[in-house]
Design a binder for this molecule. Structure first.
Ligand SMILES: Cc1cc2nc3c(=O)[nH]c(=O)nc-3n(C[C@H](O)[C@H](O)[C@H](O)COP(=O)(O)OP(=O)(O)OC[C@H]3O[C@@H](n4cnc5c(N)ncnc54)[C@H](O)[C@@H]3O)c2cc1C
Length: 486
């Protein structure tokens, strides 16, 4: 804080960040580094939101498995700033398992790999600046892809985002593919649970830097007047509600559904006004199975169960996390919503039986403990077709209100933790412009793109080889005789 400033100025410089997920934590961290007094309010007992953990049945359970691709430039820079780079380990490979009586990797034949590469270039060749389509529509229009290949790509997506391909933005998918192309490199994962290896140390750094962190503080209402947020109603750990004036700038970093619940006074101030009412999120579940033994032959890296009905991916974190000897299968369940009519123990039965089809030797007797988190009340945002125009900006029509969260406006393809961290940086920049215009802008790294004309050239170069493959396999593309037009 600037020495010698009068109390009124100091008060106006206060920043309150509501929502202690990754977006809010990043905003708080960045604003504090600008020298501003920052208070971070979080409804639950722990920070971290979806990228955190909580204690269930006496064990620290992650909200779900989290991976950090090399293109997460803002996230990885933040991890570096926090001194936590060593808390992540690099992985080598993404494994795909087929069902069967022994571990069977889905090794893609060379011809299919060529078609897949052509499909990627085809997607990158699209120019979605003028309009979006669903991933489903993009894939169905690609007649060089077999129905099995289309189903496999769709399964891959639902496993990571909980969204079926009809609800996935092709522009967003294109953006994330371009990001992987621009920033190839190993995917990273925490060396242990998210609380101990990421969120806990992040909270320590925040508090050491002087951020006042208050957990168990839920924002239940916000009163607005004359283009300002006047008061916040907060429910404290004892359940009592108190109303307080907003002393300075306010960053709301809560999920879009919670933001919408604050009413039209707030949603009308967003840019675009009320746009968040058009956004959708879906639950992405987690199932953690503690086994009594180490399952032999299972890789210690990210695994997708190809074609699994509930779109399961998993990691046997027991192989790498400290303090574990036996297998601990941390599974993410893409189609968890399909189980919502079942009681939790029935849903677990369905999922474990599904796992048994892929993990030979896994038996009920092996399971020591189960933690099932369907996350129905904490859905995950995956941008739908055309939703970019509804995603709100960090700045609003109110001089004192700013926004952060993984659903905020971002370049196509930026989602998950990278979207959350990026939004926290952009919100901090929005506050800086108000309070510290003399300071340099907050750094927000861009991911970059693959220009469609470049992709079109490469696609054209590959076309004869793809046509030859199609001829050899007897397929006929849209032009017949194995020719490839799209
Ligand atoms: C199972 C699963 C696996 C995932 N895996 C990955 C992955 O591998 N890679 C990746 O990049 N992303 C992954 N994600 C997504 C990623 O976790 C999120 O995109 C990101 O953490 C969102 O951060 P956020 O701060 O925007 O929102 P949130 O994490 O939702 O944080 C919002 C915070 O606001 C708090 N809050 C809500 N309402 C109020 C209120 N009224 N008052 C005060 N506080 C409030 C919440 O308690 C929460 O802490 C995964 C998500 C899930 C569910």
């Amino acid at each position: 804080m600037t020495a010698g400033t009068d109390p009124g100025t100091r008060e106006r410089e206060n920043v309150t960040v509501v929502g202690g997920g990754l977006a809010g934590m990043t905003a708080a961290w960045t604003l504090r580094r600008l020298g501003l007094p920052v208070r971070l309010l979080e409804a639950s007992p722990e920070l971290g939101g979806m990228a955190g953990s909580r204690v269930i049945d006496g064990r620290t359970e992650d909200h779900g498995v989290h991976i950090f691709p090399a293109w997460y430039r803002n996230t990885l820079r933040l991890v570096g700033e926090l001194g936590l780079t060593d808390h992540l380990r690099a992985t080598r490979k993404f494994h795909q398992l087929l069902p069967g009586t022994e571990f069977r990797s889905a090794d893609t034949p060379a011809a299919d790999r060529l078609l897949f590469l052509y499909g990627v270039l085809d997607l990158l060749a699209q120019d979605y600046r003028a309009g979006d389509e669903s991933l489903h529509d993009f894939l169905r229009g690609r007649r060089y892809l077999s129905p099995a290949a289309v189903a496999d790509i769709e399964h891959l997506f639902v496993a990571s985002s909980a969204a079926e391909s009809t609800a996935v933005s092709a522009a967003g998918f294109r953006g994330s593919i371009a990001a992987f192309v621009r920033h190839p490199g190993r995917v990273r994962m925490p060396r242990g649970d998210l609380q101990q290896w990421f969120v806990g140390p992040f909270r320590q750094r925040l508090e050491a830097a002087g951020v006042e962190v208050l957990t168990g503080r839920e924002l239940t209402a916000a009163a607005t007047d004359d283009h300002r947020v006047r008061t916040l109603t907060l429910r404290g750990p004892d359940g009592a509600e108190t109303e307080e004036a907003v002393p300075g700038q306010l960053v709301l970093a809560v999920p879009h559904g919670r933001l919408a619940a604050l009413g039209p006074g707030i949603t009308g101030a967003l840019r675009p006004a009320h746009g968040i009412l058009e956004l959708t999120s879906r639950p992405l579940g987690a199932l953690h199975l503690y086994l009594r033994r180490r399952l032999p032959g299972l890789p210690d890296e990210h695994i997708r169960l190809v074609g699994s009905p509930h779109a399961i991916t998993l990691i046997d974190v027991g192989q790498t996390w400290p303090g574990h000897r036996d297998s601990l299968l941390n599974c993410v369940v893409g189609r968890v919503a399909a189980l919502r009519h079942l009681a939790d123990d029935e849903a677990v039965k369905v999922l474990v039986e599904e796992l048994m089809a892929y993990l030979p030797g896994l038996d009920w007797e092996d399971i020591e403990h189960v933690c099932y988190q369907p996350h129905s009340s904490a859905p995950f945002h995956a941008p739908g077709p055309g939703s970019a125009r509804h995603r709100p900006q960090a700045f609003t029509a109110f001089a004192d209100l700013h926004l952060a969260g993984d659903f905020c406006a971002a370049p196509a393809g930026v989602a998950g933790m990278e979207a959350a961290v990026r939004s926290g940086l952009v919100a901090a920049e929005s506050v800086r412009r108000r309070l510290r215009p003399e300071l340099p802008a907050v750094r927000v790294d861009t991911i970059g793109d693959v220009p469609p004309p470049v992709a079109r050239l490469l696609r054209a170069a590959l076309r004869p080889a793809v046509a030859a493959v199609r001829r050899r396999s007897g397929g006929d593309g849209p032009g017949g005789n194995g020719s490839v037009r799209r």
